[in-house]
Design a protein around this ligand. Structure first.
Ligand code: ZN
Length: 234
């Protein structure tokens, strides 16, 4: 596209030719186009006026006058820098440098990998990961956003629900453990189920059962006493 070999200062003057009087093009010498300073006219190339330019980066380059100020604004260094910047933005920092990556990774392991030590409490009891999160860390990060603080953990709002958009948020460890405590197993009539399952069976709300047990009511009473002391939305 251009000749970058002509940088020998001893021949600077030799490289310029007088602008013919009969031409219609303007003398661009001394003008600046982006990073390019026009040093002088060097003749016609394919019938186009050609100018030797010095780029801010120190590179000399011959450029057609018709290109100056249009698409050519540097020796090529500007386009290279922009490409590098675009790539940097597109690729972002390496995935594993995100703290969220490891949170995503362990979420997948405890739900999807039966070999994982935590699997019985997650995948083993039916807690899943939505397909897009299971497949892609980027999708997870896009939905959840960056963790606002390193003191926050990934929490499911409904502790019996899946890891999926709408059921997850960044929560403090205290909020998280409160939620986890809610998930205590209750034994009644020889069966052991979590409150959410008892709720489905008894028609009481999960929160009602949990509140009763938390306040010291026996499991049997918590599961059999009719609701209606307080209005609960359920
Ligand atoms: Zn340059």
């Amino acid at each position: 596209m251009s000749d970058q070999s002509t940088t020998d200062n001893a021949h600077v003057q030799d490289r310029f030719v007088p602008i013919p009087a009969s031409t219609s093009f303007k003398n661009l010498s001394g003008l600046r186009f982006g990073r390019l300073l026009v040093l002088g006219y060097v003749g016609l190339t394919n019938k186009r006026s050609t100018w030797l330019c010095l780029c801010d980066c120190g590179t000399e380059r011959k450029v057609a006058g018709s290109s100056l100020g249009n698409n050519t604004k540097s020796c090529g260094c500007l386009a290279r820098e922009e490409l590098a910047e675009r790539n940097r933005r597109k690729n972002g920092p390496p995935l594993k440098s995100h703290p969220e990556y490891w949170i995503w990774d362990s979420m997948r392991r405890r739900c999807l990998n039966p070999q994982d030590a935590s699997y019985p409490g997650y995948g083993g009891r039916g807690i899943g990961v939505c397909p897009s999160w299971a497949k892609s860390f980027e999708a997870f990060l896009a939905d959840m956003g960056k963790r606002p603080s390193s003191s926050l953990t990934l929490e499911r709002i409904d502790n019996d629900g899946n890891y999926e958009p709408g059921n997850c948020r960044w929560a403090t460890r205290a909020e998280q453990s409160r939620n986890r405590r809610n998930n205590v197993f209750l034994e009644h009539n020889g069966r052991r189920m979590i409150a959410a399952d008892w709720a489905k069976e008894t028609g009481l709300s999960k929160s009602c059962i949990e509140r009763r047990v938390r306040r010291g009511m026996s499991v049997a009473e918590a599961l059999t006493r009719p609701s209606g002391f307080k209005k609960r939305k359920s």
